[in-house]
Design a protein around this ligand. Structure first.
Ligand code: SF4
Length: 383
């Protein structure tokens, strides 16, 4: 589970293919005679901890870190006041899609920090939130990146499956990391995989993903999930006008051919929406145009493509209270850098607040809460 090599003047340890610990070689040599390798990897200093896939600083969130798992959209839990709980264990992606709403991947120009959450801490918090919200919940594992990069996925799923209030577990993936072993794990704990495939044309891969993508293997695995497992499969392409128009019908054909959608709908075609800090495409269409085309395909294929939360059994449900209000002013210690270069995280009333500030972690920042939405909090530094 630990790979070790020397790179330049650093000793590098890679844990579970994701957590990269770098220690200057001269310090490593001094420690090596006195301490075990495990001790050096977990506590040796000085050190840098990086996300092995993206190359960015990686912050490991544990209960002891004092960083809560509510309030921030990059990791932890998001409760939007319905029965779908979004659970985000890790950030970072192995692809660099040209339309990515969070500008993910190694080629990102805006993301500077990644996060990973300890599985026991996350599952315990999911349990607390689920007990508060009540029965009939869907735990949806997604994130700013590829959730299957999370190296403790089985541990997390096992614990979430034990929570009585959660009746469905679903997971979002770009499919590139799926393999037989992971499918076995998924079959044990997961009800549905939402697989985002953007094209079935090998010639479009580098243009869309801006990275390698094992298309043939993903096709085979999708077929296997649909045909040979009890897992439900929802194929969820993003329609990128002017880029994959011709692919969408082929993806619909493929989803229907392999029998996606055992219980939920087989397809969840998504509209490309340019996001403030995401990658932007030149072309996009209006919602009116998008739904007009979906209705045409619905008639042509005789299937439902315009989906609502009810199609997934999602209903309104008791929401966690908001302990912060818009306009309030607080002073709190910066506990971490955020995902974006101008963003810092602070903690107030057991919620994370994302603040526009340049203060270093450890310093105090005075800020006004500027946005409170869906249990997510933003603020801006004030003097
Ligand atoms: S797979 Fe998803 S998170 Fe990763 S780059 Fe593509 S759109 Fe972004």
């Amino acid at each position: 589970m630990i790979r070790e090599y020397v790179s330049g003047n650093e000793r590098v340890f890679v844990l579970r293919d994701l957590i990269e610990v770098r220690i200057p070689e001269n310090h490593y040599r001094k420690m090596a005679g006195k301490y075990s390798r495990e001790y050096i990897v977990s506590s040796g200093k000085p050190r840098r901890v990086l996300h092995h896939i993206t190359g960015r600083d990686l912050v490991y969130i544990t209960r002891e870190s004092g960083i809560p798992l509510l309030g921030y959209n990059a990791f932890g839990i998001i409760d939007r006041g319905n029965t779908l709980l979004q659970i985000r264990p890790v950030t970072g992606c192995n692809l660099n899609c040209i339309f990515c709403s969070v500008d993910e991947g190694r080629k990102s120009k805006t993301r500077v920090t990644d996060f990973i959450v300890e599985p026991e801490y996350l599952s315990q918090k999911v349990r607390e939130v689920a007990e508060y919200k009540g029965n009939g919940l869907e735990a949806h594992i997604d994130g700013q990146g590829e959730p299957l990069l999370y190296p403790y996925m089985e541990d997390l799923l096992r614990e979430i499956r034990k929570i009585g209030e959660i009746s469905t577990i679903s997971i979002q993936t770009n499919g590139s990391l799926l393999n037989d072993e992971l499918i076995e794990v998924m079959e044990k704990y997961v009800d549905r995989i939402n697989l985002s495939i953007m094209t079935l044309n090998p010639d479009s891969i580098s243009r869309i993903y801006n990275a390698g993508y094992p298309l043939e293997r993903v096709r085979e695995i999708a077929e296997r999930i649909a045909l040979n497992t009890k897992l439900d499969l929802l194929i969820a392409p993003v329609w990128l006008p002017g880029i994959n128009d011709g692919d969408i019908k082929k993806i619909i054909d493929f989803a229907l051919e392999i029998g996606a959608g055992k219980r939920a709908p087989p397809l969840g075609i998504q509209k490309y929406i340019p996001h403030r800090f995401g990658r932007k495409l030149k072309n996009w269409i209006s919602f009116k145009e998008f739904y007009r085309q979906l209705r045409i395909w619905e008639r042509e294929y005789g299937i439902k493509l315009i989906l609502t939360p009810e199609d997934f059994g999602i209903e309104r449900s008791r929401r966690l209270p908001d302990p912060l209000k818009k306009g309030e002013i607080y002073r709190a210690r910066v506990v971490s850098r955020g995902r974006l270069s101008f963003e810092r995280l602070a903690v107030v009333n057991e919620r994370i607040v994302s603040i526009r500030s340049q203060k270093n972690p450890g310093k105090y920042v005075k800020f006004r809460v500027t946005r409170v939405k869906d249990g997510l909090y933003e603020g801006v530094e004030v003097s």
